[in-house]
Design a protein around this ligand. Structure first.
Ligand code: ADP
Ligand code: MG
Length: 349
């Protein structure tokens, strides 16, 4: 084996060990804590903090996560559940302050995505069985999908005036799963900074926001390969950035030899085809999260146009055949950690 290849493999092995879910390379004097929230493991890494501040930060993050998990849960009772019930009535009501700002932002981002990111399709997610702790065993009946698709609700079916809101579509049911994690890491990062934390990673199952540095070196983030164990690429964080990936490997089931995953195409009512994963880097976590989902749906043909409309410039899309598509801005950032087919660098319109 040639030495270069051996070196690459060794690097990949190290990364695979510590970056399994897209976490960061180990460095000394880093405090790490894990929480369970949003159906995933949330890992907090803190650098350059004294034990007292670390303790305070951990307690704050734990409380924030517990509250957010409760407030935005798509199918358990809580503020979002109540909002969904009231939206279905069509009457005006006062929006809950823990969900109203999210709904406003989700409406803007849905419009920017041309409706490919559509958190109003909770009923479709539920029909597919993804509003449950475990993925279902079989797809829904085509007639049931077709019936929902005939008149699919959209975010502009929600009318908002100040803190009052109402729904204008009886089938509208919010599922903020494609953006809530991004919004959450933004709020948590904000709170950490207010406490005086200057260097941290908030990593929610591979989707993360990182700011500052890991001591004398920058934070280094792994991006998970959609089909193989370990990181396909790594990126060095500059300043304060969110790195979000939507993949068909996160939540899926197989039925008669086909994979059915949890990212649904509002145009067809079925899991989006053509893509294995999309990674977006942006300083705004909510935007990075919503855009990763929207670009996944847009697929290898439409992703560049959707990225331009949503205002994201650092994107990697891995298509169904394993082909890698990069914006020039992303190409400059990534270091590949595995042997990959030559990536196609495609400028945005
Ligand atoms: P993950 O949460 O695994 O990081 P995403 O951010 O892509 O993945 O969010 C996927 C979730 O978003 C689904 O589980 C579902 O609840 C919801 N969802 C699925 N399709 C769409 C869509 N087209 N627009 C908005 N939300 C969606
Ligand atoms: Mg998303």
């Amino acid at each position: 084996m040639n030495p270069l290849r051996r070196h690459r493999l060794a690097t990949a092995a190290v990364l695979a060990a510590v970056l399994a879910a897209g976490c960061q390379r180990q460095a000394p004097s880093i405090h790490r804590h894990e929480f369970l929230a949003f159906g995933t493991l949330v890992e907090l890494s803190l650098a350059g903090v004294d034990p007292e501040l670390a303790q305070e930060a951990v307690a704050t993050v734990r409380q924030d996560l517990e509250f957010m998990h409760f407030a935005w849960h798509a199918w358990k009772p809580g503020p979002l559940g109540r909002t969904n019930k009231l939206l279905a009535t069509g009457a005006w009501f006062s929006g809950n302050p823990s969900v109203l700002p999210l709904i406003r932002r989700a409406r803007e981002l849905s419009a920017a995505s041309g409706g490919l990111f559509n958190p109003a399709l909770g009923n479709l997610v539920r029909l597919w069985g993804f509003q449950a702790d475990a993925p279902p065993g079989a797809p829904p009946k085509p007639e049931a999908v077709a019936a929902l698709l005939r008149d699919l609700p959209a975010m502009d079916d929600i009318e908002i005036r100040g803190v009052r809101m109402r729904g204008r579509h009886p089938a509208l049911r919010l599922d903020l799963g494609a953006m809530a994690k991004g919004w959450a890491v933004d709020r948590i990062s904000e709170n950490l900074k207010r406490l005086g934390v200057e260097n941290a990673i908030v990593n929610a199952g591979g989707d993360l926001r990182a700011f500052g540095r890991a001591g004398d070196r920058p934070w280094r983030i792994g991006i998970r390969h959609p089909r193989k164990a370990g990181a396909i690429a790594s990126v060095t964080i500059e300043g304060d950035e969110a790195v979000f990936t939507s993949g068909d490997y996160e939540r899926y089931f197989e039925y008669r030899g086909r994979r059915y995953h949890h990212i649904l195409d509002p145009r067809t009512g079925y899991p989006a085809t053509g893509t294995q994963s999309v990674t977006v880097i942006h300083h705004d976590g909510a935007l990075a999260d919503a855009a990763a989902t929207a670009l996944f749906v847009a697929g290898p043909e439409g992703w560049r146009e959707t990225a331009a409309k949503m205002g994201v410039r650092q994107v990697m899309l891995i298509d169904a055949g394993g082909g890698i598509h990069l914006t020039p801005e992303m190409a400059r950032r990534l270091t590949f950690e595995m042997e990959v087919p030559p990536p196609r660098v495609e400028p945005l319109p």
